[in-house]
Ligand binder design. Structure first.
Ligand SMILES: Cc1ncc(COP(=O)(O)O)c(C=O)c1O
Length: 287
């Protein structure tokens, strides 16, 4: 747990009656391979949750080797890729991740409302062989799967699907595949470099100190002493029609957050963000 999404996953598990052990890191840091290995060794959990991109603090979790480690401990690895899928390199199978979920509305560029998920064979087997049924019928993925015709089911009714968003998802994925995944990852990375080149010239500093741990899709900027953050955010909105976020959870009041995801992740938009920061800082006589 290094931010709001790890915290929220904890909350969800507790509400389902799970026993949770947290590996807590300060906002801006991520657990290392060795720290994860130690927890697996000591606690022997059935499930390990990691957030690939912790959007509240702008950190990226390294995942290489963690899948193998989990397999060794017979533990399922669940990863949140809501703000990273299509924006950051991610390899569910090669990294041995058992359950991945994401969001439609971030780097995929679809309207909100769908949560794409994928299961490894091991996770699928586990879900299909549950001893007890999930207490919420709507969230029973075995029923959802039957409606989609998994295992040769005759697609019995489970719920009315939001087909308008499914068509939108199809179109969004078409656009992603026309660009190509690698090209999309590079576009997000280049925008991140361009942003930091511009912000650095203004004297602004990244909140995440280790460059390797920085997300390209959500960028956290330290609020410098003497800067009125809400005033800068309002200025960017009024003068440039740009929405700059403040911090969330542990980063509230400490950072500005810039999302560069999907359709909005373009060199021109990055230029506008840097211009808005420069103007906002000058307006406050900080520059
Ligand atoms: C990493 C991460 N996980 C989960 C969520 C929650 O997504 P939603 O708002 O679609 O429930 C977000 C939203 O920003 C996120 O960035």
């Amino acid at each position: 747990v290094s931010g709001i999404w790890g915290q929220r996953f904890t909350e969800k598990c507790l509400r389902h009656g799970a026993e949770v052990v947290q590996l807590v890191k300060e906002a801006g840091l991520t657990p290392s391979y060795d720290e994860i290995a130690k927890v697996l060794e000591e606690e022997k959990p059935q499930v390990l949750f990691l957030c690939h991109g912790e959007s509240s603090s702008g950190t990226k979790q390294k995942l290489d080797g963690v899948g193998e480690l989990c397999a060794k401990h017979d533990c399922l690895l669940v990863v949140d890729t809501v703000c990273t899928l299509v924006g950051e390199p991610f390899f569910a199978d090669a990294w041995g991740i058992d359950l991945v979920y994401s969001g439609a509305q971030k780097c995929i560029g679809c309207p909100p409302g769908l949560s794409p998920m994928t299961y490894s064979d091991k996770a699928y087997e586990k879900v299909m062989n549950r001893k007890t049924k999930p207490d919420i019928f709507s969230f029973d993925v075995t029923e959802v799967g039957r409606q989609w015709g998994f295992n040769g089911d005759k697609r019995p009714y489970h719920h009315t699907p939001p087909i308008n968003i499914m068509f939108a998802m199809r179109e969004a994925l078409q656009i992603v595949s026309e660009e190509g995944l690698e090209a999309s990852w590079n576009r997000h990375l280049n925008a991140h470099y361009q942003l930091w080149e511009g912000l650095d010239k203004l004297g602004l500093k990244p909140f995440v100190k280790n460059p390797e741990d920085r997300l390209s899709t959500v960028n956290c900027i330290e609020i410098p002493d003497g800067v009125d953050a809400p005033r800068l955010i309002a200025h960017a909105y009024d003068k440039y029609n740009l929405e700059i976020s403040g911090g969330l959870g542990g980063t509230a009041g400490k950072v500005f957050r810039i999302g560069l995801m999907g359709y909005n992740c373009t060199p021109r938009n990055v230029e506008s963000v840097v211009t808005a920061f420069e103007a906002g800082l000058k307006e406050q006589k900080w520059l």
